[in-house]
Design a protein around this ligand. Structure first.
Ligand SMILES: Cc1cc2nc3c(=O)[nH]c(=O)nc-3n(C[C@H](O)[C@H](O)[C@H](O)COP(=O)(O)OP(=O)(O)OC[C@H]3O[C@@H](n4cnc5c(N)ncnc54)[C@H](O)[C@@H]3O)c2cc1C
Length: 333
């Protein structure tokens, strides 16, 4: 069981910066994210795009901002549960008990929801048997590449994730097949060139103008049938199938936690970004209030005010005096 002062749901830029603001007040944080990496929309949707409205940076690439935030919060030793969705929140005598999709339990005094647009749910191929094989050979993300060492792996998709993982896993898998419905890729041209090169060298099996047709196995994935645009069919043995058709955000389980929700966003009090449930705050894109702007810098401001209020919630008897970092510096713990 993980124990912490604040559990932050969502490791996007706002969740990350909340660790910093809480850390200044010596509050420990644990971050949970359904994605296998930190950075939220920035890392998942637009890592290479330049952002122009982060104060102090005339321009900064989205992934660089995420990397800087990761560095900035290191002194406060945040802990992470990545690749797991936060499913359930229960009130306890001392705060909250939280549970993830993989059964990880977290005990905390305060919950901060920094869930952005919600959980990014994978777009699944329309194969009627697929649900029976999820976790038994079918996986929609790569959490630990080592799982695929010396295995027969089929990837499907034409975007950056499909290309990048084809290249990475080709270094360790026994056999890699990439299935894509078109002849060209949506992903970065450099990565597409690399994939074509790997196919030419015989290091991967590249099936273009092809679609997943069906999957079969006995309790565990065994083979995948693939159909070409010319109606030809082939069955390929597979230990794993990784369809990478993109992600779409859904509010998900947060909708069931008794919070006041308006149009898929959590209503908050703008004095401290608290919700209608004492001890639960909502910051960043996930919240709504009159005049709300879904901007990273607005989320940073909300994180600062939330941390002050969370401190008072945890230690109602303690006096909190406001101090600049230029005066106190950063005290790591
Ligand atoms: C293409 C594009 C360009 C943009 N450009 C700019 C810009 O120039 N300037 C600017 O300020 N903003 C920009 N934005 C908006 C900016 O990205 C968002 O305001 C910002 O990402 C919000 O950060 P966040 O931390 O609140 O949420 P997010 O970045 O959405 O992160 C939320 C995280 O919470 C996780 N999550 C949600 N629910 C759960 C759950 N139940 N369990 C576990 N994890 C969960 C999600 O997986 C996600 O990783 C842009 C957005 C897009 C899409």
């Amino acid at each position: 069981m993980i124990q912490t002062d604040i559990c932050i749901i969502g490791a996007g830029p706002v969740g990350q910066f909340a660790v910093f603001e809480a850390g200044l007040l010596k509050l420990r944080c644990h971050l949970v994210d359904a994605l296998p990496q930190v950075g939220g929309q920035l890392s998942e949707i637009y890592p290479q795009k330049p952002i122009y409205d982060i104060p102090g940076y005339p321009t900064i690439k989205a992934q660089e901002l995420v990397d800087n935030l990761t560095e900035q919060i290191k002194p406060f030793n945040p802990t992470y549960t990545l690749g797991e969705r936060l499913d359930a929140v229960e009130k306890t005598a001392t705060g909250f008990n939280l549970r993830t999709s993989d059964g990880t339990e977290i005990d905390c005094k305060v919950v901060v929801i920094a869930g952005g647009l919600g959980c990014f749910e994978p777009r699944k191929p329309p194969l009627k048997e697929i649900a029976n094989f999820e976790g038994k050979g079918v996986s929609y993300m790569v959490k630990d590449p080592e799982l695929f060492r010396d295995k027969n792996v089929i990837l499907a998709g034409g975007g950056d994730s499909a290309l990048d993982w084809t290249i990475e896993l080709s270094k360790i898998a026994k056999k890699i097949t990439l299935v894509h419905r078109n002849e060209t890729f949506r992903g970065a041209p450099d990565s597409a060139d690399k994939v074509f090169e790997l196919a030419k060298e015989g290091k991967i099996n590249l099936l273009l103008k092809s679609n997943l047709e069906s999957i079969s196995g006995n309790g565990k994935l065994n083979s995948v049938k693939i159909k070409g645009a010319d109606k030809s069919e082939m069955e390929i043995e597979a230990d794993y199938l990784i369809p990478l058709f993109g992600l779409s955000p859904k509010l998900g389980p947060i909708a069931d936690w008794g919070l006041s929700i308006h149009k898929n966003q959590i209503e908050v009090n703008t004095t401290d970004y608290s919700t209608n449930v004492p001890g639960i705050y909502a910051i960043g894109d996930i919240n709504t209030y009159p005049g709300k702007l879904k901007l990273i810098l607005c989320g940073f401001h909300e994180a600062a005010l939330m941390a002050q209020s969370a401190f008072k919630h945890i230690y109602p008897e303690k006096h909190l005096s406001f101090k600049y970092t230029t005066v106190n510096g950063i005290e790591s713990f």
